[in-house]
Ligand binder design. Structure first.
Ligand SMILES: *Cc1c(COP(=O)(O)O)cnc(C)c1O
Length: 374
């Protein structure tokens, strides 16, 4: 019996060939492949301009800066998310304000956001948690009239849809992750997309030390023009090696999402017949890529969440505890917040089951057997 991982990236000879070509070209840093990947990704997501970065975390930092979030501002975030969602406002000296989430989707709602708005709220970070599309229009109905920017953390969202379009298509600025735990991977990597040309241009400069002339442009001329540094920037660049992989991976996205949805449908069919388990599902307003297939373990089930995780581990199945809660982490121990009962219930009571492109029927049957037999 072999180990079943919670996630495995899916690569083929095409990625190997793409990386080899970049190495043979002699230009491995940010260059023509990054530019091509930005255009292709932003077009596929119907998201305006793309700015590739070293990770979604660094894209989130740049999103804060271009959205005008400053020290002392309040930024509403779900505690129920990977820690990077809360770290980003902290990087610019803003105060993260935790809001609770919906018990069915695990995402922020208009009500949970409205409950924590103040006249110091500058931005809201909405997350498509585990690939479940957030109801962006409902939240913007609350934030737009107050001039509050919505930043969409779509780290998990590539391939999910919202009201018939890719997630992120309706936000002012969106951030994406290409970590191997996500749907499209470049090893490490991220992207910021925005319909605002000026924001994209500023982010493009900030990720490269805020240099007035890009390294690629300097390289293209024999006598490089003198550059200037109008503001403090960062090195958040992606490499052409990564972008070459990303271009191939982007082409695989429809097939990957179709297969994940097939695996999710099989899980859902079986879990629907097990009292005490509830599986994540498409919301009324969109479709999931099932980046994370999470299951809530309720008191009607014979085991609690940790008990079920132990049973899965005994069968050599590597499931994972559900999404974390940032407000419980020592780094944010001092942050005052409203009660977060749904966040705490979901973070304590959910686990993530294995889903990956190459997962076989017999592997999935092994997981289902444990859920049924526990
Ligand atoms: C994975 C993840 C991130 C961080 O992405 P990196 O590319 O690893 O920096 C941020 N937000 C959410 C919601 C994530 O799931």
């Amino acid at each position: 019996m072999s180990r079943i991982n919670v996630m495995q990236p899916w690569f083929g000879p095409e990625e190997v060939a793409a990386v080899s070509e970049v190495i043979a070209s002699g230009w491995v840093a940010q260059g023509p492949r990054v530019a091509a990947f930005e255009v292709a990704f932003a077009e596929a997501m119907q998201a305006g301009h793309g700015v590739a970065t070293s990770s979604c975390t660094t894209a989130l930092h740049l999103a804060m800066v271009v959205a005008g979030v400053r020290a002392g501002d309040e930024v509403v975030v779900p505690s129920f998310s990977f820690i990077a969602t809360t770290n980003a406002p902290t990087y610019v000296g803003a105060r993260p304000v935790f809001a609770d989430v919906d018990p069915v989707t695990g995402n922020l709602t208009a009500e949970t956001v409205e409950a924590v708005l103040t006249d110091r709220t500058r931005a809201v970070v909405v997350v498509d948690q585990g690939g479940v599309p957030v109801d962006l229009d409902a939240i913007r109905a609350v934030t737009d009239p107050r001039g509050i920017v919505v930043i969409e953390d779509a780290a998990c969202g590539a391939g999910s849809t919202y009201r018939g379009r890719p997630v992120g298509a309706g936000a002012d600025v969106v951030t994406w992750s290409f970590h191997p735990r996500k749907i499209v991977t470049t090893g490490e990597g991220g992207m910021l997309t925005t319909p605002h040309a000026a924001w994209a241009q500023r982010a493009r400069r900030l990720r490269e030390h805020a240099m007035s002339v890009s390294a690629a442009d300097r390289h293209a001329s024999v006598l490089a023009p003198a550059e200037e540094y109008p503001e403090v920037g960062y090195n958040y660049r992606m490499t052409d090696l990564q972008a070459a992989v990303g271009l191939v991976q982007l082409g695989r996205l429809p097939e990957v999402v179709a297969r994940r949805r097939e695996i999710a449908a099989t899980y859902a069919k079986h879990i629907g017949e097990i009292p005490g388990l509830r599986a994540v599902a498409d919301p009324a307003w969109g479709t999931c890529n099932f980046q994370s297939f999470w299951v809530e373990v309720t008191s009607a089930y014979p085991l609690d969440r940790d008990g079920l995780l132990a049973c899965l581990a005994a069968a050599d199945i590597s499931a994972r505890r559900g999404i974390m809660a940032a407000h419980r982490q020592p780094a944010y121990a001092g942050v005052r917040h409203v009660p977060l009962p749904v966040t705490e219930r979901l973070t304590d009571g959910t686990l993530i089951l294995p889903v990956f492109h190459q997962m076989s029927e017999s592997e999935q049957a092994r997981v289902i057997d444990v859920l049924v037999g526990a």
